[in-house]
Design a protein around this ligand. Structure first.
Ligand code: SAM
Length: 259
C-alpha cells in the first residue's frame, strides 16, 4: 500500500460554475450577439447556483444542466414550467437581473423567462428571486435567439424585452447587434398578435437603428411612431444607470405585433 504522502491529491471538487460552458454559437445564426466569457463566481453566487439552479434554472442547449419541459410539438411547455397558464415575457440579456426581478415582482400575473449567457448575472438573479420569493421567474442560460428559434412556439409570447443590448459600436461588429431585421422577424414571430417588443438603449446610433428596423418590419407597428415615452413600469437597469451617469439618455422603442 502506498504511504499516505504518495497518494495522488484528491481531485478538487467541481465548482458550481464549472458545469456551465460559455454559451455556444447557434446553428441557426452563427454570429454571436454576446461576448462568450468564462467567469469565476464568489461564494454567495456559487452557493445560489448550487441551491437554486435545479429549482429555477434551465439551459437552452445543455441537457446536463437541464432542458425546459416541452409539449408534444417539442416546444416549451410554459404551463408545466410555471405551474399555471399565464402570459409569458421573454427578457433577453437580463444582465445582473435587478430590473428583471423588480419587473416580475410588480407584475405577478405574467411569467418571466430571463435569458442570459453571463453566469454571475444568472447567479445574482437567482439570489434576487429567492430573496423576493418570486414564483413567476425562470432563469435561462444560453443564447436567447436559439431558445426563440428552437423552443418557443410561434405566437407564444406576450412580450419580448431587450433592455440595453450590447451596442457593438464598431462598424465591423454591427452584425452582432441583436436588433437586426432577421432577428426582429424571429422575435416578432414568437409574439402573439398584439404582443409587444420593447427595446431600450442609451446608444443613440443604435436607437436610430432600432427605430428603422422596427419601422421596416412588416408585422410590427409602432404606435408612438418614434421613441416611446419612458414607461413607468421599466425600472432603471444597471447599464442604464451607467449611461445616465455618463450623460447618455435612454430611448425606448415599443412595437406591437399587428400581423
Ligand atoms: C449591456 S448588457 C445589459 C444587461 C441588462 N439588460 C441591463 O440593462 O443592465 C447586455 C446583456 O445581454 C446579454 N446577451 C447578449 N446577447 C444575448 C443572447 N443572444 N442571449 C442571451 N443574452 C444575451 C449579454 O451577456 C449582456 O449581459
Amino acid at each position: 500500500m502506498p504511504a499516505p504522502d504518495d497518494l495522488p491529491a484528491p481531485a478538487s471538487p467541481a465548482r458550481p460554475g464549472d458545469a456551465f460552458q460559455p454559451a455556444r454559437k447557434s446553428a441557426g445564426d452563427p454570429v454571436r450577439t454576446f461576448h462568450p466569457r468564462k467567469a469565476v463566481l464568489g461564494e454567495r453566487r456559487a452557493d445560489a447556483l448550487t441551491r437554486l439552479w435545479p429549482r429555477y434554472g434551465f439551459s437552452v442547449h445543455d441537457p446536463e444542466l437541464g432542458l425546459p419541459p416541452t409539449g408534444p410539438d417539442g416546444t416549451l411547455d410554459a404551463e408545466h414550467l410555471f405551474g399555471r397558464r399565464a402570459p409569458l415575457v421573454l427578457e433577453i440579456g437580463s444582465g445582473m437581473g435587478d430590473a428583471t426581478a423588480a419587473m416580475a415582482a410588480a407584475d405577478p400575473d405574467r411569467d418571466y423567462l430571463a435569458v442570459e449567457v453571463h453566469l454571475p448575472g444568472i447567479a445574482h438573479l437567482l439570489t434576487l428571486v429567492e430573496d423576493a420569493g418570486l414564483t413567476n421567474v425562470r432563469v435561462v442560460h444560453g443564447d436567447a435567439l436559439e431558445l426563440a428559434r428552437t423552443a418557443l412556439a410561434p405566437g407564444s409570447l406576450d412580450a419580448v424585452h431587450v433592455f440595453f443590448p450590447d451596442p457593438w459600436p464598431k462598424a465591423r461588429h454591427h452584425k452582432r447587434r441583436i436588433i437586426s431585421p432577421e432577428r426582429v422577424a424571429l422575435l416578432r414571430s414568437r409574439l402573439r398578435l398584439g404582443g409587444t417588443l420593447h427595446c431600450a438603449t442609451d446608444w443613440e446610433p443604435y436607437a436610430e437603428q432600432m427605430l428603422a428596423v422596427v419601422g421596416a418590419d412588416p408585422g410590427l407597428t409602432n404606435p408612438s411612431e418614434g421613441y416611446a415615452p419612458r414607461p413607468a413600469h421599466r425600472p432603471v437597469t444597471r447599464f442604464e444607470s451607467r449611461g445616465l451617469a455618463d450623460g447618455r439618455p435612454s430611448r425606448d422603442i415599443i412595437a406591437t405585433r399587428a400581423a
